[in-house]
Design a protein around this ligand. Structure first.
Ligand code: GLC
Length: 660
């Protein structure tokens, strides 16, 4: 059952798409001060799940989280905000229920941080809608929530292939080299990403003619090899006379305004930019149609970036900072002056005060950006999605974004933002997966190998062994870091095998993805969702159920030659060095130490289940569906969901077959 409670005068977020009549009853479970704060007493056994893309564990107890979409490439345990805001929580314990705090501005979730047994949720203003969901169990509660927020985006099948990316590919030749290296080694590849350097001075919808003289030709050549090019689009529009996107935007009032009514200026990669006011339908329509510049060149996938929006600095803050620095550096900088100096410089990027300086036009009303901040990225994604449905009505377009809010899952996927080549960031990504699935984000994954910092071969191998299970499977790294295309490492044979195993798993992953999307289910679940009475399962933070057949338990420690795993039921351990070189072993319910050499993938097939497993293909388009065989318990059958992998309405070509 879902009850809707309206407080004050909320701004529409478009997160919930089902009409629900608000109730006048007082909100259950929580006490509220009428000022945007909701308090709940946690019992010792309560577990709090949810919050989507956030740091720390699957069980969110013990920290304070802030929903405020934020560009934070240096996130760690201390962080409070990441790129997306997904205000759905599920409490399991004395009482079990879900709660969605639909609010477009800043929200705090103190989940036993200030006081261990108290949860305090606070909206910046008492203008929000809260949905309380009760049901039979965790899965049922999530399903009900997913139903009211609308169906999840389904990408084309090729998006399930392996993707190679790097911020640093600067020329057409760089792209051709990447393709060749993988081809020569016989390692499958479905996509190569174009980061900001394909553009002419970081201007959206332009292509640098010296470095990419014939993008259309390049895209066609790549397509012939089964490789799709996926360019980036950034939120900020460069201010430059003669640049049509800028000039049209100014002329038609498509940009966010400052307090004086002029176009607001911030700075990102191109220097000074204006931010399209994606909350206006006209702006969305205008900006979205620009993607045609690239689709006309044969492009069929995009990633949207810097759409929190990230702001490196605003001009007035920069000026104040520079003046202050002059003053400070003219004397002897003591400790106080030194900290003022470093604090001011560090505080230029993403300064929360800058988000009070601009406005959106919502139905003729000027609304301060900070009040709708968390909706910005979602509306940029919506802009592209809706326009692409007109531009390419027959086919699905690969689409994912960095910033998001609940509801954005209908328009595209998300990647988990800038991570680091740290062992702990494998675990961090894994712990976000079920929470993201709860909020509808099924097409997701992290920068495999780590974006910032230098990766190592062993980290890459272990990372692949995790990421090869995630729908979005992309190796991406930052400019200036160690090159991490798989052929940069000695043991390309082993990393290449992991990619081939991914391709063998595509029928299973795609099928489970379709089921989750079409039936509003979670593809990745904490163990306790399927074994609710198992006290041990409730505590497991580093294993996940994947679909109804698999359990994954990745290794995320340096030099580990294996790991402890908890099996909530009897399962089949699969130990795999390559798609055709593997061993299986039945392990009873309980705790086990599972050895796994560095080049060995381990995963588990659930009791009496089996998964479809194909011969690896060069690209997803070449998957030989006739080669699919069952891997798992003898006598088990599997319900395979397939479609043509490309039609815009996946249900129109959906095929369900039983494999046995
Ligand atoms: C941002 C993105 C990252 C990209 C970089 C340059 O940091 O998150 O993925 O490579 O910008 O465009």
């Amino acid at each position: 059952m879902i009850q809707k409670y309206v407080f004050g005068n909320p701004i529409a977020t478009n997160a919930v798409v089902t009409e629900i009549k608000p109730t006048q009853e007082p909100i259950p479970f929580f006490t509220t001060d009428g000022n945007g704060t909701f308090t709940y007493s946690l019992s010792e056994e309560d577990i709090v799940y949810g919050l989507g893309e956030q740091i720390r564990g699957i069980n969110k107890r013990g920290w304070q989280y802030v929903s405020w979409n934020y560009d934070n490439p240096n996130h760690h345990e201390d962080t409070r905000s990441l790129y997306g805001s997904h205000n759905f929580i599920l409490i399991r314990g004395t009482k079990t229920f879900g709660a969605f705090f639909d609010y477009a501005g800043k929200m705090e979730f103190d989940i036993g941080y200030t006081k261990r047994n108290l949860m305090q949720i606070k909206a910046a203003k008492n203008d929000l809608t809260v949905y309380i969901i009760t049901g039979e169990n965790e899965k049922d509660i999530v399903k009900q929530f997913r139903k009211i927020i609308g169906k999840s985006y389904i990408p084309p099948l090729w998006a399930f292939g392996y993707g190679q990316s790097r911020w640093g590919y600067k020329t057409e030749q760089d792209i051709r080299d990447v393709a060749k290296q993988y081809k020569d080694a016989g390692v499958p590849l479905d996509s190569i990403y174009l980061d900001i350097d394909y553009m002419e001075r970081y201007k959206d919808f332009t292509v640098d003619e010296t470095r990419f003289p014939d993008l259309k030709g390049l895209a066609a050549d790549m397509k012939e090899q089964g490789i799709h090019l996926v360019p980036i689009i950034d939120a900020g529009v460069k201010i430059e006379d003669g640049y049509p996107v800028y000039e049209e935007g100014v002329q038609k009032n498509y940009f966010c305004k400052n307090a004086e009514g002029g176009d607001f200026v911030g700075a990102v990669w191109p220097g000074r930019v204006h931010f399209p006011d994606f909350l206006q339908p006209e702006t969305r329509d205008w900006f979205g149609k620009k993607y045609a510049v690239l689709t006309e060149m044969g492009i069929d996938g995009f990633w949207n970036d810097m759409n929190e929006p990230a702001i490196f600095y605003t001009e007035d803050r920069l000026e104040d900072t520079c003046n202050k620095i002059k003053e400070l550096t003219s004397g002897n900088m003591g400790i106080d002056e030194y900290f003022t100096f470093t604090g001011m410089v560090a505080g230029l990027n993403g300064n929360i005060g800058d988000y009070d300086k601009f406005y959106h036009n919502i139905d003729g009303q000027m609304v301060k950006h900070s009040e709708v901040h968390n909706l910005y990225g979602m509306n940029m994604t919506r802009s592209a999605f809706e326009a692409l449905q007109e531009i390419r009505p027959e086919q699905r377009t690969l689409f994912f974004s960095r910033s998001s809010y609940v509801g954005a899952h209908r328009y595209g996927g998300i990647w988990q933002g800038d991570n680091k080549s740290w062992w702990s960031h494998i675990l961090q990504s894994m712990q976000q997966l079920p929470a993201l699935n709860m909020a509808g984000f099924l097409f997701t994954g992290c920068d495999t190998g780590g974006f910032g910092c230098d990766t190592t071969e062993d980290l890459m191998l272990r990372w692949l062994q995790y990421s090869l299970f995630t729908p979005l499977f992309r190796n991406h790294s930052a400019d200036g870091t160690r090159q991490q295309e798989l052929y940069q490492f000695d043991n390309f044979a082993a990393t290449g095998e992991m990619i081939k195993i991914r391709y063998s798993l595509v029928p299973y992953l795609y099928s489970e993805f379709l089921k989750a999307a079409l039936q509003d289910n979670m593809m990745f679940r904490p163990l306790a969702f399927d074994f609710p009475e198992d006290k041990m399962a409730q505590q497991v933070e580093d294993q996940l159920l994947l679909g109804d057949e698999l359990m994954i338990a990745p290794i995320y420690h340096q030099n580990a030659q294996g790991r402890y795993v908890y099996l909530p039921e009897e399962m089949m351990l699969v130990r795999m060095k390559s798609h055709d070189h593997y061993e299986t072993e039945i392990l009873p319910q309980g705790h086990h130490y599972v050895a796994a050499a560095l080049d060995e993938l381990v995963f588990f097939i659930r009791n009496q289940k089996a998964i479809p497993f194909a011969a690896p293909a060069e690209s997803t388009a070449k998957t030989d569906w006739n080669s699919v065989q069952l891997l798992g318990y003898a006598g088990a059958s599997y319900e395979l969901y397939t479609d043509d992998g490309i039609s815009s309405n996946p249900e129109s070509t959906l095929k369900i077959s039983t494999l046995s």
